[in-house]
Design a protein around this ligand. Structure first.
Ligand SMILES: C[S@@+](CC[C@H](N)C(=O)[O-])C[C@H]1O[C@@H](n2cnc3c(N)ncnc32)[C@H](O)[C@@H]1O
Length: 362
């Protein structure tokens, strides 16, 4: 329980390969120690208690080691430079997101009415054009009821909640930010949908699922944080079933350097935008058949403009949502994003691709 609380307080520790062995070691040690105590109570002596104590000491030592190592995961500034790249999980994660969302939505546990995924939609779609885009992607994907979808970079579970609650799909989300994994599972459980959507901590470049596991996949606004897209696409290809569709949206580079800070990175060092041609090349090299490539930039600008004309720029609820989940400076980052789109420095690109049927796979 003690270490459960420690993992809860410092979720980035869960990224360590030692996390589960450490947890298991400590739990087994505790069980052996308790068994040893009963042994001593009944027989007056026993060897189990000392063995349990050794396992507990080892488990505690591993935890100290993990703490020491996690302190080194923030890259030190280069000599002569004041910049350092912020790791993805530190850029996105923050404490108490769930509490902040629950305080902001028109729902209270005391009303005795169940929380629903749709109440969360204004807050949990962490990509460009938020719920508008999710609805369009779901129509594009048009998955069969019960289809098992892979959500790559699942955020706090918003798109997964949509696919599960509105289309009856089963969704597995993989996500690099430990806070987001915890919050996505928590919010999903509050909505009573844990059997339909679950989220695991993973780097998309190394997915722990077997080949041919998922019916379809989508990856919404994650690519800008992926330094090794070929590795991610190779993994995605591997775990998809033949014939599966992949929806991929991300910000792509166009004619210049965008204005920072941006929603996905405060500085250029943490931003991995490619041209849409490069992206298509990566998809084809991974084995995907690229079906459509759409420049969605106008849709973003038109939506922003429509809100402006209707006197709702930015939408009050949207400002709240962005600030609630991603912090008070998000509004500035979003403005920089729209400005960079408007100046043709970047574009928003949507790609629909397919894993060929088995006989066509090389
Ligand atoms: C802009 S958010 C989009 C979240 C989600 N797709 C949505 O639309 O609500 C980008 C997400 O990608 C995640 N991410 C970045 N790099 C990742 C990686 N290598 N593996 C898994 N997730 C990653 C981040 O932690 C963050 O939650």
């Amino acid at each position: 329980m003690l270490f459960g609380l420690i993992y809860r307080g410092w979720p980035s520790l869960l990224l360590s390969r030692l996390a589960w062995p450490q947890f298991a070691l400590f739990q087994i040690g505790t069980a052996v120690l308790v068994a040893g105590k009963f042994d001593i109570d009944s027989r007056g002596s026993g060897t189990l208690a000392p063995q349990g104590s050794i396992l507990i000491v080892l488990g505690t030592a591993v935890m100290f080691w993990m703490f020491a190592m996690s302190a080194t995961d923030v890259p030190a500034p280069q000599k002569g430079s004041i910049k350092c790249v912020m790791p993805v999980h530190k850029h996105y994660g923050s404490n108490e997101i769930v509490a902040r969302i629950l305080a902001a939505i028109p729902w209270s546990e005391s009303d005795g009415v169940a929380l629903t995924a749709s109440l969360l939609f204004p807050f949990d779609q962490l990509h460009g054009r938020e719920l508008f885009a999710t609805k369009e992607h779901s129509a594009r994907l048009n998955p069969e009821i019960g289809a098992h979808l892979l959500d790559i970079g699942s955020g706090i579970g918003g798109p997964a909640g949509y696919f599960a609650s509105m289309l009856g799909c089963r969704v597995t989300g993989i996500e690099l930010t430990p806070d987001f994994v915890i919050f996505a599972n928590e919010l999903t459980s509050f909505c009573g949908m844990s059997d339909q959507a679950n989220f695991v901590l993973a780097d998309a470049a190394s997915i722990q699922f077997k080949a041919n596991t998922f019916d379809h996949a989508y990856c919404l606004y994650v690519g800008m944080n992926l330094p090794d897209k070929p590795a991610v696409l190779a993994e995605c290809f591997r775990v998809l079933k033949p014939g599966a569709t992949l929806i991929w949206t991300e910000v792509t580079s166009r004619s210049g350097v965008p204005h920072y800070p941006l929603p996905w990175s405060l500085t250029a060092d943490g931003s991995h935008v490619d041209t849409s041609d490069t992206l298509c090349h990566h998809l084809s090299s991974a084995g995907f058949e690229v079906l459509t490539v759409e420049d969605e930039t106008n849709a973003h600008l038109v939506l922003a403009n429509r809100m402006k004309l209707s006197g709702k720029t930015p939408l009050v609820g949207q400002v709240q949502a962005n600030e609630v989940v991603l912090g008070p400076d998000f509004v500035v980052r979003r403005q920089n994003y729209l400005k960079s789109l408007l100046e043709h420095l970047i574009a928003s690109t949507l790609i629909v691709a397919r894993k060929p049927q088995a006989e066509h796979v090389a």
